[in-house]
Design a protein around this ligand. Structure first.
Ligand SMILES: Nc1ncnc2c1ncn2[C@@H]1O[C@H](COP(=O)(O)OP(=O)(O)O)[C@@H](O)[C@H]1O
Ligand SMILES: Nc1ccn([C@@H]2O[C@H](COP(=O)(O)OP(=O)(O)O)[C@@H](O)[C@H]2O)c(=O)n1
Length: 204
């Protein structure tokens, strides 16, 4: 059985949290595709050509903790606007999505470009202020020295860059269900997401 759940949305909207919990609930594999772009962004900050870095990327050993900061996030969204970087990362994402046990992928273009045939698609949103506050708390808790204003600026700049790029811009797939988590606790957002996926599983 192959079943793919595509989760897209703007920065810090709760995609990864929902994706991880759905993967656990259904016994599916999970791929945080943002980490791929963050890894390439990290290499660019280290002076490596981002296209060559994407082509040579070892997706197995990515250290999420080292890639979580706002500097890497900004670099990720810059390299993500390069078509050759995106092209180099397509096959690994598609191969992952076709795993026999089922897969959940979260990112910006999963439902539109990487897995347009995904059986279930979610577009997770929240207000920019709520997203910035959540991400700020997370970063401070993991030892980053950053202000709420800086995190809000990072979120807004990345959203604009991600939505306005020519190649695979951030947008909801026509057949995605939008989930606004602004006023939802994590448990409620996950429950809503599960209801959407369960409905897709029954109809499929
Ligand atoms: N519904 C929610 N209510 C409160 N906090 C949330 C909610 N969803 C996610 N979070 C928190 O917000 C932060 C960003 O969530 P995350 O899932 O990493 O977003 P994304 O993958 O879209 O960047 C995390 O610290 C997470 O625990
Ligand atoms: N499928 C994807 C995933 C991420 N990205 C890019 O990678 C950056 C970091 O993604 P992320 O998912 O780790 O960001 P957060 O939502 O966790 O802040 C985004 O701002 C996008 O520019 C992308 O272009 N396509």
């Amino acid at each position: 059985m192959s079943f793919t759940i595509a989760i897209d949305g703007p920065a810090a909207s709760g995609k990864g949290t929902i994706a991880r919990q759905l993967a656990e609930r259904y016994g599916f594999a999970h791929l945080d595709t943002g980490l791929l772009y963050r890894a390439v962004g990290r290499k660019m900050l280290d002076g490596i050509d981002p296209i060559e870095a994407a082509q040579a990327l070892d997706v197995t050993g990515l250290d999420a903790r080292e890639l979580r900061g706002p500097d890497v996030a900004q670099a990720a969204s810059k390299v993500a606007a390069l078509p050759a970087v995106r092209a180099a990362l397509v096959d690994v994402q598609r191969a992952f999505s076709r795993r026999s046990g089922g897969a959940v992928l979260d990112g910006r273009d999963i439902g539109t470009v990487i897995c347009p045939e995904a059986e279930a698609k979610l577009f997770v949103i929240a207000s920019a202020e709520v997203r910035a506050e959540r991400r700020w708390r997370e970063l401070v808790a993991s030892g980053h020295e950053v202000t709420l204003q800086e995190v809000l600026a990072d979120v807004l700049v990345r959203d604009a860059r991600d939505m306005n790029r020519a190649d695979a811009p951030l947008k909801a797939a026509e057949d995605a269900t939008t989930l606004d988590t602004s006023k939802m606790a994590i448990e409620d957002a996950v429950a809503e997401a599960m209801a959407i996926v369960d409905a897709a599983r029954k109809s499929g």
